[in-house]
Design a protein around this ligand. Structure first.
Ligand code: DGL
Length: 268
């Protein structure tokens, strides 16, 4: 089983792409809705919550876990890979979303001027700047925290005038820097894709992490058949949330763009 972990519902945008690109696998999604959002929390809390969630997914039988949440990928992934896995589950794997997205940015950026938008915790971690620097110093990186976007999207305000006003304000500094590529480093931002494209103009390439991460996972599994072999292929889709089942189901369908079957409660 492939585990997909997010602080809440946003990771369903990534699961949606996994289901499109790799439909044959079994998936277990865990949304820590009770403790979301993670984007304004401290490093220690984000790590602790992520460790509990990943531990739970392993316990449920996942051999591979994808951290779909950019905030958890930025703040907890490395520590999970370096400390938690070797000590507790040396045979299992945890992957995040930052590295695949950064590789894509390097590949498609024409002039090496890359913008990144995300939650405060993601942007302050400077993970995108650091990962892009590893790929060569020809890249200029400009980052912008957008703390108001997640609540607006969760309240169903995507596309509404108040949301566009705030979006324009956040994107303005990146436009001034004449970026040619923009990374949407948050699970929720694909909901604003149309407006972001309109504001940034047609010369700026937008990276939607959901599509990139799914393609990279496909590559990864092709390169690691020993891991693919351990994953079930019965098209099972199981959903867990730490908060209200009804809320997860009704809002989740919007994020997944399709029916959510049974949802179960997880206590972490
Ligand atoms: N899932 C988070 C991310 O991608 C956004 C929501 C939150 O702050 O928890 O960064």
């Amino acid at each position: 089983m492939i585990g997909v972990f997010d602080s809440g519902l946003g990771g369903l945008t990534i699961l949606k792409e996994f289901l499109r690109v790799l439909p044959e696998y079994d998936y277990l999604y865990l949304g820590d809705n009770a403790r979301a959002p993670y984007g304004n929390k401290s490093d220690e809390l984000i790590y602790e919550y992520s460790r509990q969630a990943v531990g739970r997914l392993f316990k449920q039988g996942c051999e591979l876990v994808i951290i779909a949440c950019h905030t958890a990928s930025a703040r907890a992934l490395r520590r999970l890979q370096q400390e938690y896995l070797p000590a507790n589950h040396p045979e299992k794997k945890v992957l995040g979303v930052a590295v695949p997205v950064v590789e894509q940015a390097k590949k498609i950026s024409r002039y090496g001027r890359v913008g990144v938008i995300g939650t405060r915790a993601t942007i302050e971690s400077k993970i995108y700047e650091k990962e892009l620097a590893k790929l060569g110093n020809s890249l200029e990186v400009y980052e912008q925290a957008c703390p108001l976007l997640v609540p607006l999207i969760e309240e169903g305000r995507a596309g509404k005038p108040e949301c566009n006003l705030i979006l324009k304000k956040y994107l303005r500094p990146l436009k001034v820097k004449k970026i040619d590529t923009l990374i949407l480093a948050c699970t929720h931002y694909p909901f604003l894709l149309k407006d972001i494209k309109r504001i940034m103009g047609k010369n700026v390439k937008i990276i939607n992490p959901a599509t990139v991460v799914a393609e990279k996972l496909k590559d990864y599994l092709a390169r690691h058949p020993e891991i693919g072999k351990k994953l079930g292929k019965n098209k099972q889709r199981v959903f867990y949330t730490t908060d209200s089942l009804e809320k997860f189901k009704s809002l989740g369908q919007k994020f997944l763009g399709g029916e959510i079957g049974e949802v179960e409660k997880a206590i972490l």
